[in-house]
Structure formats: C-alpha cells, structure tokens
Design a protein around this ligand. Structure first.
Ligand code: ZN
Length: 193
C-alpha cells in the first residue's frame, strides 16, 4: 500500500527516532508499505519518519542508479542488488575524504543540493528477521545509507549545506511545507494552504 510521504516542515522529520523491539506490531506490513511508497515515488531510499513513524527503520533499493552510464560493471551489479531493510542501525565508523554528490529527498521535492559526506562507512543493524549484521559500504551505497540514517537521527540533507545556500532556499522550503510544489506522488504537508 502506498502511503503519503511527510513533507519538509513536519516536526517528525526533526526528531531522533526510537529503536523497535522484535515484536513491533505489523512490522512485515510496515516494511512492505514502505517499499511500495518508495517505488511509487521513484526513490532509492525511504526512512520510517517520512511515513509518519518515528522508529529506527529504513529501506533502500538502489537499482534505479544501476542505469548510470559512468558506473563500472561491478558498481552496476552492486547497485542492482542493493535492496535492503535496516532496523535499529548504528553507523559505527565513517572514513575517507569527503566527496560531493547532488542529493534530493522524497520529503523535499523540487530541491536538490550538493552534499559532502565521507565515502566509506561501517554500519551495524538488524534485518527484517532481527538477525544482526555488521557491514562496510562505500560510494553510492554508503551515500544512500548516510542520507537515510540521517532521517532517523532527525537530520535532513538541507541541514548539511552551507548557511548561505540554505538561506537562499528558505522560500522554496516554506513553499514545500505548504504544498506549493509540483509532485507526482501522494504527500502530507504540515502547513495547510
Ligand atoms: Zn530523504
């Protein structure tokens, strides 16, 4: 089932989300709905706060990025197969020289900005069966995880750009909060028009 995506300006996007227990109600359904919602909006990642749940859970599916011309065959294959569920995750390490990538967010349609992040991460998390994992990622896969992980920490990509850029976006961001934005999927806007 496709759920409405919470737009920029809603307090839930600024809140640190909570860990969930193994018996969290309807977890399978929550995860299935999040994949439906992400695919419908043509996203590569979606965090639970974006559908109104302040819990430490996000899903990713990088297969749309596998089409990119500049990627090597190895990268294409990695991106194609990068479809996962992260529950109660902790990024335990970030390494390397920061690199820029033009990020967008399903909660902030029509705005894209270059964001600097470190290229390599190590993350501990549970999968949908609550089996523990400890893995390392780099490149675009790390980038997607870092963006979604920020969501469950209450941080948005526009919080990571320089203050001057952000002040230039202020008006556009307030329009997003009010729903004064062209968007092809269902959203919930915090400020009524
Ligand atoms: Zn996002």
């Amino acid at each position: 089932m496709v759920l409405p995506i919470i737009a920029y300006g809603d307090a839930i996007l600024k809140k640190r989300a909570a860990d969930i227990p193994k018996d969290y109600p309807n977890l399978d359904k929550v995860i299935a709905n999040m994949f439906d919602t992400m695919h419908n909006a043509k996203g590569v990642g979606l965090a639970a706060p974006q559908v109104g749940l302040s819990i430490r859970l996000f899903v990713v599916d990088a297969s749309p990025y596998a089409e990119d011309k500049e990627d090597t065959e190895k990268e294409k294959k990695e991106l194609m197969n990068f479809k996962k569920i992260f529950i109660n995750p902790t990024i335990v390490k970030e390494d390397g020289t920061k690199w820029k990538f033009n990020e967008g967010c399903l909660s902030i349609p029509s705005i894209r900005e270059d964001v600097e992040r470190k290229p390599s991460i190590r993350i501990k998390y549970m999968d949908e069966n609550f089996k523990a994992h400890d893995e390392e990622y780099d490149g675009l896969r790390a980038r997607i995880i870092q963006h979604e992980y920020d969501h469950i920490e209450g941080v948005l990509f526009v919080d990571k750009i320089n203050p001057l850029r952000r002040s230039l976006l202020k008006r556009k961001l307030s329009e997003v909060s009010k729903g004064l934005v062209e968007v092809s999927y269902k959203m919930k806007f915090p400020i009524k028009k």
